[in-house]
Design a protein around this ligand. Structure first.
Ligand SMILES: Cc1ncc(COP(=O)(O)O)c(C=O)c1O
Length: 470
């Protein structure tokens, strides 16, 4: 019997949620952290703001028979096992420091100093921070640039094959899929190429945690041959902020123990039970009929918006139909750049979108979202399309579509003697820090990268930069 087979019929169970319910209804007399004593010792205004119930449940592992995270025991272990079964993983780790900590742990566990790795240029800064910790050497694969949209597109399997063929020392490929804007790469093909060249594959699927729960969404890399996959359940999966999962696939070539140790080293020793429970609840919800209906509704809302938006003058929707996650809607207009459009939506219409980029804005169709909200948004966009706005003169850029020129190992550059210089004086110098705007968290500069004039428009909120001392 496969490791997770016995759990598969019970994916709507929520063992950690149940343990927390028992803890809430039948508490012990406590003499332990957190010292706010179930809210009794907290600033009253804060208690009123977030509610008694949240504070009663604000506890950490090891107490009250709730189980422990490192090592996984009790209800936490059961919840992780059910998550593994739901996502089709051989092992799932709950992470309360977001996908950032999951990526750090993977880099730390899997890569070694000066070992060559192949990384998608559009990776999140946490992957690079992980490689600074490990000291691995970065080779880049540059995704297709969708220049009309000023964003990265998919990673081409051919490009990966060329890189692996040319440099046989590369034993790990690490890509982001989907992109922040929802563009999907052919992971199945990429995984086959990795196998051919005996390279492991990590997929940062931070923005794809819903994919295992609906056939109208792209397939998760866990089913397509990746060795490890990272999911930010808090981004779109319905868990609380900072709650992520790190999964090992059924046929992973990674050593489970190494990942366990890395997580133990990098993770807080006081994980929030509220966050862990929210991961259990999110998975149970997505496995349930109600959750499935909500997800279907989110997809329907997105498709509805995409269709209706076609009728709005000067508005364009990114829709490479087969290769996009439909719930991530990137739009642009002919007359406004992304930041201007974001500003107008916020100021004139009280609409908060996910993010703005050079050309356009990103809208998410989330579970629990309502069709009326999309009607309102469509209405506002229609009005905006009919209004004349003064063009902005700002020379601000968000999405760094620059191919980095790295002249030093990331770790060495990070720990080298450094100095702080004015931005304009930094041109031609070697950066000693990771500079990235979040979102999208894609690096503008890296330790060991030559700073060029073309970086300057992206560094609009920096006066000085950290560079290596000459
Ligand atoms: C592709 C990608 N990976 C990882 C992360 C880090 O995720 P978290 O915010 O959960 O730490 C992000 C965050 O935006 C991301 O976009």
């Amino acid at each position: 019997m496969a490791k997770n087979e016995k759990k598969e019929n019970n994916l709507t169970a929520a063992p950690l949620l149940n343990a927390m319910l028992n803890y809430k209804t039948d508490p012990m007399t406590g003499f332990h952290i957190p010292g706010h004593n179930r809210g009794l010792g907290i600033y009253p205004e804060f208690l009123n703001l977030i509610g008694e119930s949240a504070l009663k449940l604000d506890t950490t592992d090891e107490f009250d028979n709730l189980g422990t995270l490192h090592p996984a025991t009790g209800a936490i272990k059961e919840a992780q096992e059910l998550a593994a079964a739901a996502f089709g993983a051989s092992r799932t780790f709950f992470v309360t420091g977001g996908s950032t900590v999951a990526n750090l742990a993977l880099a730390f566990a899997i890569t070694n100093p000066f070992e060559e790795v192949l990384i998608g240029r559009n990776c999140h800064r946490s992957v690079l921070t992980g490689l600074i910790i490990s000291g691995a050497k970065v080779n880049w694969v540059i995704p297709k640039k969708l220049n009309d949209w000023s964003i990265f597109g998919s990673i081409q399997a051919d490009d990966i094959e060329q890189k692996l063929k040319k440099n046989r020392n590369i034993k790990l490929v690490w890509i982001t899929n989907p992109t922040y804007e929802g563009v999907v790469s052919d992971v199945e093909e990429i995984a086959k190429i990795c196998k051919k060249y005996k390279a492991a594959l990590i997929v940062d699927e931070a923005h794809g945690s819903l994919w295992s729960f609906n056939s109208r969404l792209p397939k998760s890399a866990l089913k397509l041959g990746a060795d490890a996959v990272v999911h930010s359940l808090h981004k779109t999966g319905g868990a609380m902020v900072q709650s992520s999962m790190l999964h090992l696939s059924q046929n992973t070539c990674f050593d489970e123990e190494k990942i366990t140790h890395a997580l133990k080293l990098l993770h807080t020793t006081s994980p929030s039970l509220l966050l862990l429970t929210s991961l259990d609840a999110a998975r149970a919800n997505l496995s349930s009929k109600k959750g499935q209906d909500m997800l279907n509704c989110a997809i329907d809302n997105a498709l509805y918006f995409r269709e209706k938006a076609k009728n709005i003058d000067k508005l364009h929707v990114l829709s490479d139909s087969t290769k996009i996650d439909p719930t991530k809607i990137f739009i642009k207009t002919d007359n406004l750049d992304g930041l201007e459009l974001e500003y107008i939506l916020e100021k004139d219409y009280k609409i908060e979108i996910e993010s703005a980029s050079d050309e356009g804005i990103l809208i998410l169709s989330n579970i629990g979202g309502k069709k009326e909200e999309f009607d309102y948004l469509l209405n506002c966009l229609e009005k905006i399309s009919k209004t004349k706005y003064k063009p902005s003169k700002s020379n601000v850029k968000i999405m760094p579509l620059i191919d980095p020129e790295i002249v030093m190992n990331l770790r060495e550059a990070y720990f080298a003697p450094k100095e702080s210089v004015l931005k304009k004086d930094a041109i031609g110098r070697i950066s000693s820090e990771v500079v990235a705007l979040c979102p999208p968290g894609i690096s503008i500069l890296l330790p060991g990268e030559i700073i060029k004039e073309e970086h300057l428009p992206y560094l609009f909120n920096y006066e000085k930069l950290e560079v290596i001392k000459e």
